[in-house]
Ligand binder design. Structure first.
Ligand code: R5P
Length: 312
């Protein structure tokens, strides 16, 4: 029996799901998401999913309704006797609370993983998890793609005499190093950042010499933009010629636009894992699409072929 791909999505990720659909040549399955009078979410799938290979695209950035839509879609697909359900979560929210680093705090990433798994998914496809060990919070297969090939297509190969990659914190060193290697074995500098309070960033030290270099800061998330704006002013003070940023997930919350508009950044390059309304978009932002990468992975999962070729 040949199983068909059925593509569904939550409201926020609908444009990305449609783009993935165009890339793989599969139209969206008919489904509706609406609200009851009190605001509760109502989901209905309007075509047969019995025995089919179902992919549900939804990022889980706030508000929590995004996560709730994903859970309800998974439940609906499971009860409709889908053969396999893959949650395609381009941005996995709540990932930054991934350990008990203070007394009496939740491990939110584990709770969210539990919710998604218990809802009934068979596998998860995601992009640049904040920390790779979140894969282990699930007891089902997780394919964690890296946006590196998308950045490589955009930036090409850069001259290592001229350009340098910077990790804005020690935790991001591995990610920055992977991009540095891909863009032409560029040298790497690392910032030692501390957080005096949530959503505040302070640069303590810099490992590496950035004077007269063109810099590319590589991060997974831009949220308030504090990490980035602090890093940019520190690096320009130390004689960098220019600073560009590349990050997979552009959340741009809480005054990020103002902060980044005034930061002196040459360009901010992000992907479309999270929809970005025009009014929250910093002036110098370029949005690259992640749809072909997700589409390739989706086809490989459907055809039971290796996904790891896309991990480089
Ligand atoms: C932190 O570990 C992450 O990699 C990002 O650097 C951080 O989430 C960015 O947050 P913000 O833009 O609020 O400084």
């Amino acid at each position: 029996m040949s199983r068909q791909i059925k593509l569904l999505s939550g409201t926020q990720s609908r444009p990305l799901m449609e783009e993935i659909g165009r890339y793989i040549g599969v139209p969206p399955a008919q489904h509706e998401i609406s609200r009851f009078a009190d605001g509760e979410i109502r989901v209905q799938i309007l075509e047969n999913l019995r025995g089919e290979d179902v992919f549900i695209v939804q990022s889980t950035q706030p508000p929590a309704d995004n996560l709730m839509e994903l859970l309800l879609l998974i439940d609906a697909a499971r009860r409709a006797s889908a053969w396999r359900i893959t949650a395609v979560i381009p941005y996995f929210g709540y990932a930054r609370q991934d350990r008990k680093d203070q007394p009496r705090v939740p491990i939110s990433a584990k709770l969210v993983a539990n919710l998604i798994e218990r809802a009934g998914v068979d596998r998860v496809l995601t992009v640049d998890l904040h920390s790779e060990q979140i894969q282990g919070f699930f007891d089902i297969p997780v394919d964690n793609l890296f946006a590196t090939p998308v950045f490589k297509d955009y930036f090409g190969t850069l001259n290592p005499e001229e350009y340098m990659v910077v990790s804005p914190d020690v935790g991001g060193t591995k990610r920055a190093w992977a991009v540095a290697k891909k863009l032409g074995n560029l040298p790497l500098a690392v910032i030692d950042k501390r957080r005096p309070a949530p959503n505040q960033a302070k640069v303590l030290y810099l490992i590496g010499e950035v004077k007269n270099k063109r810099l590319l800061i590589v991060d997974d998330i831009i949220d308030t933009g504090s990490t980035l704006s602090e890093a940019v002013s520190y690096l320009l003070d130390r004689g960098a010629l220019e600073v560009t940023a590349a990050a997979t997930h552009g959340l741009f919350s809480n005054g990020a636009k103002n902060r980044l508009d005034q930061s002196g950044l040459k360009e901010i390059v992000i992907t479309n894992t999270v929809p970005l309304p025009e009014e929250r978009k910093p002036e110098q932002t370029t949005v690259l699409t992640i749809a072909p990468l997700l589409g390739e992975a989706l086809i490989r999962i459907h055809e039971e072929r290796s996904v790891s070729r896309l991990f480089i």
